[in-house]
Structure formats: C-alpha cells, structure tokens
Write a protein that binds this ligand. Structure first.
Ligand code: M6R
Length: 359
C-alpha cells in the first residue's frame, strides 16, 4: 500500500533511512560487530578472490561493494554484468567465491551464471530482498536485504540496502582476517550517520524538484560525472534518469569526457558532478569547469568537507567509503521529479518489467 504517496518510488526513497537502521539491527550486535553465519564466513575466508555478479542497479551496487571488500577486507574483487559473464566467463582465480546481488532473486541473466557456477562446484552467496527466491534457493548461502517489498520498477532502497549489507559483510571479513582497516571502521556508527544524512536529504524534496525543473525537465540529454566511487554512483543516477524520465543520460568517468564525449556538450547541456572523494575532488572540479566553458549547465553534489561556495547540493559527511549511500539520493529524487513533472507513470516506465526473467 502506498498510503498517501502518489507513487511507490517516492515511498521507497523515503524508506531508506529505516532500511539502514533495520540492517544494523539484523546484522550487528550491541557492540557493533557483524553477526554473520559461521559457514559463510569460513567459505569467504577461504576465497582468494570475490566475483560479484549482477545486472542493472544491482551491478552498480556491486561496483561500490568491490571497493568495500578491497579496502576493508583486502580481498581482490571483480564485478561483472551477469549477461556478459554468462557466455564469456573470464579466467578465474584458484579459489573464487561468487556473490550474486539481486533484489528480486529472479533475474534470468544472473541465474544463468549461478547455474554455471554450481556446475563448476564453486561456493556462492545470493544477497536478495526476496526470501526463497530462485537465486536464493540455488546459491550455497543467502543474506536478505530486509528492505521490504520494492514495487516501483526503478530500484532505490534495494541499491542502498545492497551497499550497506556489502559494507557489513566486508567489515566482517576484514575483522575475521585481521585487517586493520576493518578494525578501524565502525560500521554501526557509520550506518547511523548515513540514516540521519538520508533523512536530511529526503526532507529537502522541494530543492530537488526545483533543480529538476531548472535543468532536467526540458533537456534531451544529461551527464552525471565523477571518479572512483563517484563514477559508480554516476552510472546509477544516470540509469534512474533514463529509465523513468526518458532523458538520454550517461554516467561518465569525469577524466574520460575529454577523450571524446565532451563533443556532445552544447549550451545548457546539464552536467551533474558528484564529488565525495578527497583525492579526486579537484580533478572533477576542473572537468566541470571544462564543460562549463563550453556552455554546460553544471550542478554539483558534494560532501560537506569538500564543499565550496556555489555548490548545488551539500551532503552530510560520512566515511568516504560509504558516500554512495548519500550521493545517490539526490539522483533518485531528480529522476523522480523529472518523470513526475513530465506526467509519466513513475512506477511503471514503458518497455520495462520489475523483474527480468528472460535472457
Ligand atoms: O532483481 P535484480 O536486482 O536482479 O534486478 C536487476 C535489474 O533488472 C534492475 O536493477 C533494473 O536495472 C532496475 N529497473 C533498475 O532501476
């Protein structure tokens, strides 16, 4: 039931702070230590490389997860689009462990990979929102997202739930393998900060509706740019804009723009820069200046500690590894309001189904 909400998508965006709190309750003890099934932890510890396999928004959550597993648990992690992996399996490490990210647990492309993985007798984990879903039943282990039903075709709370659970799992694996970075990472405190930060963002809906009207409502195209984790979020926020508002949107590695795509910048082309990583903040700002000099309408989404005069959206500061949980929210709301004010069916965009059960 969507209650007083006009669309499920808005309700699901608003539920994200509570989903963060719920994951803390389910997977962290009072001391803030992860509580994860022993057999799963043993299998993860035995792996020399993690392979995250997923589609669409879940793939984008995997891109963020890989950084978390590498930085907190020190384990090399690859992320693959399931439809590609299924028929072009890369050379695997000696002891691979597979993580399937899937909100629905029914995505045919991801299931095809899982069937191949099972034939090769490799261990696997499905992270899903749906208990007893196909990928949950067929993987060795399952962890549930506890995000509550996600009805809107555009995935929002499942993305942030996937990242939060990857952070918890990466912390668990890092602690279990004595990684100092994991010991220093207070995941419970960070998820509490994230929940409060998300709440502050969803309480600012008018701001995002205004930015959408100024920059996105009447544009044929738009770019999200960033580097590293900000690039990963750019891919996700561009997908949101494409699928529900039908704006031709691309997420770009900001350093790559000048290698060709900058030719597309015209007067008033919206370019939204995501800036949450200290080591690349200055570089992304220079890339924004380059497009502004060619007429682009630039918008910035920046964390508090990196903000400058004139920035458009300021995000509360959290651990740099978790900024995706906040920087995605403006992108979700910008897509929502663009779709809404175009008079489109936000929850049921054309040509799309909630779960994609064909390859
Ligand atoms: O259920 P899954 O997470 O496996 O679904 C994967 C994609 O189909 C899904 O994320 C899709 O990209 C969404 N419509 C994005 O909003």
């Amino acid at each position: 039931d969507k209650g007083t909400y006009p669309f499920y998508m808005l309700k699901e965006i608003d539920e994200q702070p509570n989903v963060m709190r719920k994951l803390s309750q389910v997977y962290l003890n009072d001391a803030g230590e992860p509580v994860i099934n022993d057999d799963l932890m043993t299998a993860l510890k035995a792996a020399d490389r993690l392979y995250i396999v997923a589609a669409g928004t879940s793939y984008h959550a995997g891109l963020v997860g890989a950084k978390l597993f590498e930085s907190l648990a020190g384990v090399p992690t690859e992320v693959h689009v399931s439809s590609e992996f299924a028929y072009n399996q890369p050379l695997l490490s000696a002891h691979p462990f597979f993580i399937f990210l899937t909100q629905s647990g029914e995505t045919a492309d991801s299931r095809e990979v899982l069937l191949n993985v099972n034939e090769q007798h490799f261990p696997s984990l499905t992270i899903t929102n749906v208990p007893n879903s196909t990928l949950s039943r067929e993987a060795t282990y399952t962890l549930l997202l506890h995000a509550g039903p996600e009805i809107a075709v555009a995935s929002t709370k499942a993305y942030t739930a996937q990242i939060a659970l990857e952070a918890i799992l990466a912390k668990a694996l890092g602690v279990a393998t004595n990684q100092p970075a994991a010991d220093d990472f207070d995941v419970k405190q960070q998820l509490a900060l994230v929940a409060n930060g998300m709440q502050a963002l969803v309480d600012e809906k008018d701001t995002f509706e205004k930015i959408s009207k100024d920059a996105l409502l009447n544009t044929p195209n738009a770019f999200y740019i960033g580097r590293g984790l900000d690039y990963a979020v750019s891919l996700e926020t561009a997908l949101k804009l494409k699928e529900i508002s039908y704006v031709q949107a691309e997420g770009f590695a900001s350093g790559e723009l000048k290698h060709g795509t900058i030719a597309l910048i015209e007067k008033d082309t919206p370019v939204i820069g995501i800036i949450t990583q200290k080591n690349t903040a200055g570089l992304t700002r220079s890339n924004l200046q380059e497009v502004a000099a060619r007429g682009a309408k630039t918008i910035t989404i920046v964390t508090d500690n990196l903000a400058k005069d004139g920035d458009t959206v300021i995000l509360p500061a959290v651990d740099e590894r978790l900024t995706a949980l906040l920087s995605v929210v403006p992108g979700q709301l910008l897509a929502y309001y663009t779709s809404l004010n175009k008079g489109l069916d936000v929850d049921k965009p054309r040509n799309l189904a909630k779960s994609v059960t064909v390859e």
